[in-house]
Design a protein around this ligand. Structure first.
Ligand SMILES: CC(C)(COP(=O)(O)OP(=O)(O)OC[C@H]1O[C@@H](n2cnc3c(N)ncnc32)[C@H](O)[C@@H]1OP(=O)(O)O)[C@@H](O)C(=O)NCCC(=O)NCCS
Length: 155
C-alpha cells in the first residue's frame, strides 16, 4: 500500500491512462484496485500487477504484470505495462514486456500470452509486435474496439 500515492499520480496523468481507463481514476478507486492487486498475489501466485522500479534510483515509474482473464470463454494471460510519461521512448516499455513474456513462458510455463490494445495506441502495438506477437483479431470489449495480439510458445 506504500505505492498508493505514486500509483495515483501515475493514473492522474491523462496521457498515461488514456487508453487504459475510460474515466479518471479517483484516489479511492486506485486504492481499491491496489487492494485487488494485493489479493491477486495470494490467490493467483505468479500473477498480478507489479510496481515497476527504476533500478538506478529505486523510483516507482509504472506498473506492469501478467493478468488472468477469461475472454470469449477462453482462459488468457495478458501482458500489461504502463510507464510514467517521463520514461517513455527509451525502450523501457519493450524491455519490461520482454521480461514479463520470458517470465510467463519460462517460469510459469504458460502456453500463450496476449495483449489487448486500443486501436489508437500505437506505442503499445509496437511493444506487442516487438515481442513477436501477431495480430489475431479485433474485439468489442464493451468499452470500444480493442485489438487482440498473441504469442504462443511455438510461434
Ligand atoms: C506503451 C508504453 C508502455 C510504451 O513504453 P515506451 O517505453 O515508450 O516503449 P518503447 O520505448 O519500448 O517503444 C516501443 C515502440 O513504440 C514506439 N512509440 C513510443 N511512443 C510512441 C508514440 N507516442 N506513438 C507512436 N509510437 C510510439 C517506439 O518508437 C517504439 O517503436 P519501435 O520499437 O518500432 O522502434 C507507454 O507508452 C505507456 O506507458 N503508455 C501508457 C499506458 C498504456 O497505454 N499501456 C498499454 C496498454 S495496452
Amino acid at each position: 500500500m506504500d505505492d498508493l500515492d505514486a500509483l495515483f499520480a501515475l493514473y492522474s496523468d491523462a496521457d498515461v491512462k488514456k487508453y487504459v481507463y475510460s474515466e479518471a481514476m479517483t484516489h479511492e478507486e486506485t486504492k481499491e484496485e491496489l487492494e485487488w492487486a494485493i489479493k491477486v498475489y495470494a490467490e493467483q501466485p505468479g500473477f498480478g500487477l507489479w510496481a515497476t522500479i527504476y533500478k538506478e534510483t529505486g523510483e516507482f515509474i509504472g506498473r506492469c504484470g501478467l493478468l488472468q482473464w477469461t475472454i470469449e470463454e477462453r482462459p488468457e494471460v495478458e501482458v500489461t505495462y504502463m510507464l510514467s510519461k517521463k520514461y517513455w521512448g527509451q525502450g523501457l516499455g519493450t524491455e519490461i514486456a520482454q521480461a514479463l513474456m520470458q517470465y510467463g513462458f519460462e517460469q510459469l510455463k504458460l502456453p500463450r500470452l496476449i495483449c489487448c490494445i486500443d486501436k489508437e495506441n500505437q506505442a503499445s502495438i509496437n511493444v506487442a509486435t516487438n515481442l513477436g506477437m501477431i495480430f489475431e483479431k479485433e474485439m468489442d470489449t464493451g468499452e470500444g474496439p480493442e485489438l487482440l495480439y498473441s504469442k504462443t510458445l511455438v510461434d
